[in-house]
Write a protein that binds this ligand. Sequence first.
Ligand code: B16
Ligand code: MG
Length: 212
Amino acid sequence: MYTACIFDLDGVICHTDEFHFLAWKRLCDTLGLRFDRSVNNLLRGVSRRESLEIILRHNNTSLDEKDIHGAMEKKNEWYREYLERMVPSDLEDDVLPLLSDLKGRGMKLAIGSSSRNARLILGRLGIMDVFDAVADGTMISHSKPHPQVFLVAASLLDAEPSRCVVVEDAHAGIQAAQSAGMACIAYRLPNDDLGKGVLHASNFTEIGKLLK
Ligand code: B16
Ligand code: MG
């Protein structure tokens, strides 16, 4: 049925979503801005710049262009400090077995991530070679909910969008998959209002069962 599976990175393959939270929190504390987990959830899947814009809107404030760049650089510097601590054993136990099972069944595998740090993360986790293609934030002009990153991934895999399934932890990513005409598995998201046909999984073993 499906020939390819496209995985989101932050919040699905690994828990870098927590590092994004910590780095944004540190930036907001420095700038005297309000920031909490509910705002952080709005940043899942969207680009660094759009994330900062969401935070500023939430605080009813703005920054000039130079300070926007400075803030994004600072946040990324702190985020990358957290990434330096990542090691292959940070992967949850059922991740690699599922990926190798899907490959054994002839499925092509890709990453579809808005992150410009995706390759660094895959390298830290030692799983770059597991994927047949990586589409990331350096290759797109529109981040999720725009479908571009998933369409780039499908094109790199030479797969028809209608035969791709996306695994996503973000509402923006689910919308992106739907706009790309792909099936979607919502990962660790509440079972509500995600639209018709969205499947749900809370671990990689469940993803494997859905794809049988
Ligand atoms: P960076 P994903 C996304 O990755 C994150 O979910 C989102 O929180 C982040 O702002 C975005 O990458 C950009 O990340 O600052 O590393 O370029 O979930 O699409 O894998
Ligand atoms: Mg994500």
